[in-house]
Design a protein around this ligand. Sequence first.
Ligand code: A3P
Length: 286
Amino acid sequence: MSRGYFQHGGVTFPGLLYSPRGLEAARDFPVEDDDVFNVTYQKSGTVWMLEILSLIRSDGDPHWCRSVPNWDRGPWLETVLGLRRARGNPRPRLISSHLPVQLFPKSFFTSKAKVIYTVRNPKDVLVSLYHFSQIFRPYKDPGSLEQFLEKFLEGDVPFGSWFDHVRGWLELRGRENFFCISYEELQQDLRGSVERLCAFLGRDLSAGALDAVVANASFAAMSRNRMSNFSLSPLFILDLRRGPFLRKGISGDWKNHLTVEQSARFDRVYRERVAGLGVTFPWDPP
Ligand code: A3P
């Protein structure tokens, strides 16, 4: 099984599941005004947001989430199979993507389709991605955390640099069809976050439906749900014998993994790269 990577538009992609032709087709994907895109840098809470959006769409009824795998409910546009699925799904469509903004479908930028961009403390993204790289077969073995930290900071990982991804997407702030939320906000106040998402999506859910969204999108509920925990994923894609996809589901796990020196090294690069973005995050170093 090849674990080769290829470059497309200056960004690294794994050869398994992705192809240059597929990425070109994604760029030409005909976006509809009622499409809702769930966009993230990987390991920032993509499947969590997908579950929340699926449940909002179903008025809190978990039937859809419990009967259809998440990759079919909100297919990943950039994968060869996900693109096909996204094309075929009935409207209004939920579509997931880790694409950097410059590789996103061109037609989105003249449409009324909505993007929800979820951002997460990049130190937690690093740790989550480090573990994920050990179970996701299309990715190369990450080596030691020390080695992987350097690759992450350089952007020498699939989907490229976290810093570039966030910078690119946050340029859309202020557009009425763009909504940015953090993993940490979801953690701190899931119900309030769901209410804000409903307002953005123009959905009016009853108190009971909101409660049902919150209950069914919990880490425990998703870990139990075979349609959301990736236990249906074939072994050649995801090796769950080496660890679960829904690993810890907490904020700040980086403190259990990075040394004081590694954290300080991260902070130095972070300050340089996030400066000038005109945005403050709760995890910004002092
Ligand atoms: P950890 O590896 O830190 O546990 P993505 O879906 O973008 O790949 O992100 C995966 C991360 O989101 C994993 O983080 C996973 O555990 C976490 N996650 C998924 N569902 C969650 C939930 N309901 N609550 C909290 N975290 C969740």
